[in-house]
Design a protein around this ligand. Sequence first.
Ligand code: SAM
Ligand code: SF4
Length: 322
Amino acid sequence: MLEDKYGRRFHYLRLSITDVCNFSCDYCLPDGYQCDNDRDFLKVSEIKTLVSGFAKLGTGKVRITGGEPALRKDLCDILRVCTSTPGINHVAMTTNGFKLESDIQDWVDAGLNSLNISIDSLDPRMFASITGHNKLESILRGINKALALGIPVKVNAVLMKQYNEKELDAFLTWLKSTPITLRLIELMQTGDNIDFFNQNHVSGSAIKEKLQNSGWSQLIRDKSSGPAQEFYHPDFEGRMGLIMPYSKDFCASCNRLRISSLGKLHLCLFADQGLDIRPTLQNENDQALQQQLQALLGDKEATHWLQDGLTGATKHLAMIGG
Ligand code: SAM
Ligand code: SF4
């Protein structure tokens, strides 16, 4: 089992398979993906060693993320490698949804268990203004398709003062009859978005209060479920989640480790550096990998320092997948 000196257990791996993205979300890649050099992303064989090593150390859940993971032509091979690894009982993916409608059946056939889809606005014009793409309708159809196939869906929405702060009611109306979980994420500062962050950060606590004053109850989740807070309401099909990285004790329930698409271990979303484990992956030696991971975990810190404006090496979340 991967356990750090603070007693936190890491049974959840977030694996970025590319840092390329076709969207240009204002808070993440406002100028679109900038290709500075050729990137040699992790190969399927390396991913196999990686996931197997993590699984032998107690990891049960893998999330595929990016950049935009659906841009990888071998995405289904990657999903199959993850779902066929002994010990892995849940494979999820976070996507901007641009291929959801066309590809969901293939992903499900490859063993995908659940999806997180990013939708920052239910207003098609606002959605296009944030992401640079007029894809909302297709993504909503894709969500219905995923639900019909029995795939649980969470929708991620980043809260932004100048964009969607007033859209809570529209999201709630959607949740009334749609069995998804909507996760409102507090905007996080990154190396590249400081001005945007200062203009747009909204605290989740006012939303939490509003939910609780209108009949939503917080679910009791065990410590191993991670830092999100979840709420339910008897009159709503959907649930609400809040991710408040600036709140006290957010990191106490950290249960995840991250691997970048170039094979670096990130002990925190805002770590000062990624730790290169790729040579071990290339040797296809999952025992050496297990020893290396346990040794590296010794350096994981108790918390991030985001509240002090310290964003580590993270220029934007497309680098490691959020
Ligand atoms: N491209 C995929 C997508 O957008 O779902 C996966 C990668 S994206 C980096 C993962 C999640 O991080 C998305 O839900 C996105 O909204 C969120 N995200 C990106 N930058 C963020 C920021 N600065 N603060 C909070 N969330 C952010
Ligand atoms: Fe791309 Fe996701 Fe970043 Fe938007 S949030 S630019 S979809 S990586």
